[in-house]
Design a protein around this ligand. Sequence first.
Ligand SMILES: Nc1ncnc2c1ncn2[C@@H]1O[C@H](COP(=O)(O)OP(=O)(O)OP(=O)(O)O)[C@@H](O)[C@H]1O
Ligand SMILES: [Mg+2]
Length: 394
Amino acid sequence: MWVEKYRPGNLEDYRGAKKEKKKLKEWAENWSQGDKSVLLHGQAGTGKTSMAEALAKDLDLELVETNASDVRTKKGLKSELKEATRQASFFGKNKLILVDEVDGMGRADRGGAAELKEIVSESRFPVIMTANDAYDSKIRDLKNMSIVIELGSVHTNSINAHLKEILENEGIEYDDRAVKMIARRAGGQMRSAINDLETVALGRDKLTKEDVKALDQRDSEQEIFDALKIIFKTTSLENARQASDNLDEDADTFMQWIRENVPREYKKSEDTAEAYEWVSKADLFNGRIRKRMSWSFLKYVYEFLTGGVALSKDEKYDGWTKYQYPSMIKKMGSSRASRNRLDSLTKKMGAELHISQREAKNSMPLYREIINSNEETIEKLGLKEKELELIKKF
Ligand SMILES: Nc1ncnc2c1ncn2[C@@H]1O[C@H](COP(=O)(O)OP(=O)(O)OP(=O)(O)O)[C@@H](O)[C@H]1O
Ligand SMILES: [Mg+2]
């Protein structure tokens, strides 16, 4: 894994965070027993653990790492950590104690936090604690006894530079814009940037913008799957409503996903029927939006598709469901270009056959059959080769 392979070996390799690095280094160099500990906090993947590790390497300290969320029990904390904070290093070095993820101790573990406080304050060696959330009430006391250093999001330029170095090291050529796209979409999290890079670049000779676009596609699919899981599995209106909050998809696409997957999740016919009742209402409102441009209806569309569909079941169905692409989208691909192709085809068919475009769309499987069995139709409708291929995909 590239996140491991390219962990910064020292503070100089550690990108960005100049002030924070300096502050931390000065603290460690001047520390003597009784001085404050450090609480290093910031969102996941911003490089807290890496910074502590890099510091230890720079100052040639023996790093003793404990993870507070692993050694959850008081006993675990006591034995591992107390020992480490009291005994001299086997290697004749000074030590640096890292207690990772102190906010992950578990809610019930206030006792653990109290004990940690005692151990840290009596330590013979400097202690760095890390946390995602410095405002977690569990760790208030730990915070108060520490110098608090925040690692904000990593600057896009720092991420960008780091990604390029990785690519160069791996011997992969790259389009500058492609790398920049990955750096930007990481939202300041170095880890997720490196992971994204590995996903799209590993095994390639060259990284292009197209490769990166595949990531967006993957993300939006993941968002849809997450939303479906909430809607289908919850019986709470509140939860269901929130399911569509993070979606980028338009209402149409979202509706198709729901429509496709209702019967995969709901097994009782009453549940399925009721859910489809809501889908159908959503469709109706969605149509009104288009016809009258009344966007105020949009909230109902989502309300029906989330809350309506969720509450259609008597009780939640156990087990894991494999959600599927809506068949229509799957067949058309989800790009705008292919949607446009379908639109132009159905318009043409509609005009020839005196039916609406929508009707033409719905009857595609029928045309496929007709075309396969009757060559003449092709001529009569004046279809092009590309259009024929499109119909045959249904
Ligand atoms: N500033 C940085 N410069 C270079 N690489 C970095 C930097 N920050 C993070 N990384 C890379 O990102 C990975 C994740 O960083 P790290 O594990 O230190 O994050 P973290 O803040 O401890 O995350 P978590 O809260 O999940 O424990 C590291 O393995 C390293 O490869
Ligand atoms: Mg960490």
